[in-house]
Write a protein that binds this ligand. Sequence first.
Ligand code: HEM
Length: 77
Amino acid sequence: MELKTYTKNQLALRNGQDKPEIWVAFQGLIYDVTKSRLWKNGKHYEHWAGQDLTEELEDAPHSEKVFEKFEVVGKLT
Ligand code: HEM
């Protein structure tokens, strides 16, 4: 099945403040982290959901493996 595409503005609404869903983009894919207690209200340490955080992962104490258990809900245009 084709992945749905979302714009930056649509992603920005899933920042944990404006809509119930909490989404994060990484390497072109959008992950739903709503269920994570580590992304409550869209905040994860000094990072905010609703954005492409590909470059920020370099500063994280973990690898991209953290995304494995989350569903891909679409791709970023
Ligand atoms: C200062 C930067 C960051 C810190 C201190 C941090 C810290 C952590 C810690 C301690 C965990 C849980 C343990 C682990 O899986 O290693 C975690 C999980 C996670 N992190 Fe980060 N992180 C940072 C940046 C980021 C960034 C930039 C992203 C996105 C690109 C990200 C995405 C995630 C995800 C998706 C999880 C899994 C959450 C879960 O399993 O519920 N982190 N992070």
